[in-house]
Design a protein around this ligand. Structure first.
Ligand code: OXD
Ligand code: MN
Length: 589
């Protein structure tokens, strides 16, 4: 490599942030052990019960630093237009002037870790190198779990000189001096004032989604907020699917699902749980790799019944953040399936008095992907896996059916582009309000989303074998607030319908929102769900769609005439069809 280029950059930033010393990370186990030692000594980590949870630690963060801060996240491009109405923008000069000052001396008295890391499988044409410089040992240790640190990165750099530098400092952790800045034109990341995963593990959201989505558009590939799974059918054949859901909406659970139809031969294999890098192969198929090497999953709600695979993945060599801790040194969180024990310490280390959650709602586990018992045999295949279906999903307690298949690629892109989602605790702000979150990428697309939709359309045109596109919603609720669909391992029934659609076997009826499963096309044997409930789950609610369509219109209007004509046309078609169905409605009533 240009190890020299990296050295030059490190020298520059250390002259300016002034750390006490600089440590280069090579990715060895010993280095990881040393980092852990440092943090046990200074209280950054607490060792968990070594018998039940060997190699596991708890980190309690600053109480004001527990989630991504979208309002403090900026795209810094020469022109504001390039960032689009979907991003906060600062000019590179202003950003560097303002935030550069905060970095001055910000590492005083601390160690600076230099972390060269590879995103993607070693030897893959999709993989890319980043170098993160950080003064947080917690961030450095987390990077060991989430990426491939050291030699895989240097080896990759023998074939290409390109690396994405990322400068991170905890600063004083004040939200008033917190900035997550992206300079996509020069492929640079600056982050200060937060140690939280999505703000500070720069390989994840900052590089693998924001910088990468920009690079992907320029270079003709895609960087998406998607899990990747392999669905094995009774013949032993695997079909790979990629699914985009907003943060904290069950991607990890879906990617690691223990199938309720396992005895019939349907099972799921995990390739990734959060991010997919997709490119078109020589035969015109879409192939995906998981750029990450670990999981940064939401703890609350994870249990032996909801996600036994995750529970097994995190029983060793895992860092927990902001979970509660029992008096025996076990991690604990709401929805873990055991009642809160006596003597519980809450996520801030205080004795828990029963009021409020003991674990923070966005508390997390960080664990290497190779520990996942159902990790797919091809998860590190340099060529990636061929994607046959793309699934969009989000939390919606009303309206959106259990599953819908798009009528074609353009309609599918419209489906993703207009997707609404209820907000979650993964970002600061109000939870449970519906916002438009196209392709679950609203917080992560670093350029004008109108151009992002155009890029999706263009990718579709370039593919000879387009994946089919689906929209799912496991989160529909009854009036009493109970979920209508059991979810988790039972979601295999929906994946099975999707697979049968790909195989031309499953029945569907065409409606103006797409293909919906025919009555009894979804295999519900063994489930206690009535045909009335299934009918509700697959119904098209005209009035609800009228309102949904208005909300989409308001969102699309932000993009003015940049909105691709194909998206505007799909929206107009929905409007026309709604009118027709109103006429029909009034005639038959
Ligand atoms: C995540 C997120 O942590 O999307 O994956 O916030
Ligand atoms: Mn995510």
């Amino acid at each position: 490599m240009s190890r020299k280029n990296v050295e030059r950059w490190v020298e520059e930033v250390s002259g300016w942030t002034r750390p006490r010393n600089v440590v280069w990370c090579n990715g060895t186990r010993q280095e990881y052990a040393d980092l852990i030692e440092v943090m046990l000594r200074d209280g950054t980590l607490v060792r968990l019960n070594g018998k039940a949870y060997p190699g596991c630690y708890l980190h309690r963060s600053d109480p004001d630093d527990v989630a991504r801060t979208e309002n403090l996240t900026f795209i810094c491009t020469q022109g504001k237009e390039a960032a689009g109405p979907n991003n906060n923008w600062m000019s590179p000069a202003d950003a560097k002037g303002k935030v550069g000052k905060l970095f001055e001396g910000s590492m005083k008295g601390r160690t600076m870790y230099v972390i060269p890391y590879l995103m993607g499988p070693p030897g893959s044409p999709s993989s890319k190198v980043g170098v993160e410089v950080t003064d947080s040992p917690y961030v450095a240790a987390s990077m060991y779990l989430m990426t491939r640190v050291g030699s895989p990165a240097f080896e990759h750099l023998t074939s290409s000189d390109e690396f994405v530098p990322g400068l991170h400092s905890l600063g004083d952790l004040s939200p008033d001096r917190r900035f997550i800045l992206h300079f996509p034109e020069e492929r640079l990341i600056w982050s200060i004032g937060s140690g939280y995963g999505g703000n500070a593990l720069l390989g994840k959201k900052c590089f693998a989604l924001r910088i990468a989505s920009w690079m992907a558009r320029e270079q003709g590939w895609m960087a998406e907020h998607m899990l990747i799974l392999g669905l094995e059918d009774p013949t032993g054949h695997k079909t790979y699917m990629a699914a985009a859901f907003p943060s904290a909406s069950g991607k990890t659970n879906l990617a690691m699902m223990v199938s309720a139809l396992e005895t019939e031969g349907y099972r799921v294999w995990t390739v990734g749980d959060d991010i997919a890098w997709l490119r078109i192969d020589e035969e015109g198929r879409l192939r995906a790799v998981n750029p990450e090497a670990g999981f940064f999953g939401v703890a609350p709600g994870t249990s032996i019944s909801t996600n036994p695979v995750a529970m097994r993945t995190i029983e060793r060599d895992t860092i927990f953040t902001n979970v509660a801790m029992t008096s025996d040194g076990y991690p604990w969180w709401e929805g873990m399936g055991t009642p809160p024990p006596q003597g519980l310490l809450d996520w801030q280390g205080r004795s828990w008095n029963g009021s409020g959650p003991a674990a923070h709602p966005n508390s997390r586990f960080t664990a290497p992907a190779r520990q996942c018992p159902i990790i797919d045999s091809d998860w590190e295949n340099p060529r990636g896996v061929v994607i046959s279906a793309i699934i969009f999903g989000s939390r919606r307690s009303t309206l959106i059916p259990l599953v819908t298949e798009a009528l074609n690629w353009e309609h599918g892109v419209f489906m993703g582009a207009g997707m609404g989602a209820e907000t979650t605790a993964a970002a600061t702000g109000k939870v449970g309000v519906v916002r438009r979150d196209p392709m679950a990428m609203l917080p992560f697309c670093s350029y004008n989303m109108a151009e992002y939709f155009a890029h999706w359309l263009e990718m579709g045109r370039r593919m000879k074998h387009q994946p089919r596109i689906f929209r799912v919603n496991w989160f529909r609720k009854e009036e009493n607030g109970k979920f209508l669909w059991p979810g988790f391992g039972e979601n295999i029934r929906i994946l099975k319908w999707i697979l049968e659609r790909l195989q031309g076997k499953a029945g569907a009826r065409e409606t103006f929102i797409g293909h919906l499963p025919e009555e009894r096309a979804i295999d519900v044997h063994g489930l206690t769900i009535s045909s009335d409930q299934m009918e509700v789950l697959t119904r098209v609610d005209r009035d609800g769609w009228e309102k949904e369509s208005d909300e989409m219109a308001a969102f699309f209007r932000m993009f003015g005439d940049k909105l691709p004509a194909a998206i505007a046309e799909e929206h107009a078609k929905l409007r026309r069809n709604l009118k027709v169905s109103t006429l029909h409605h009034s005639r038959t009533n």
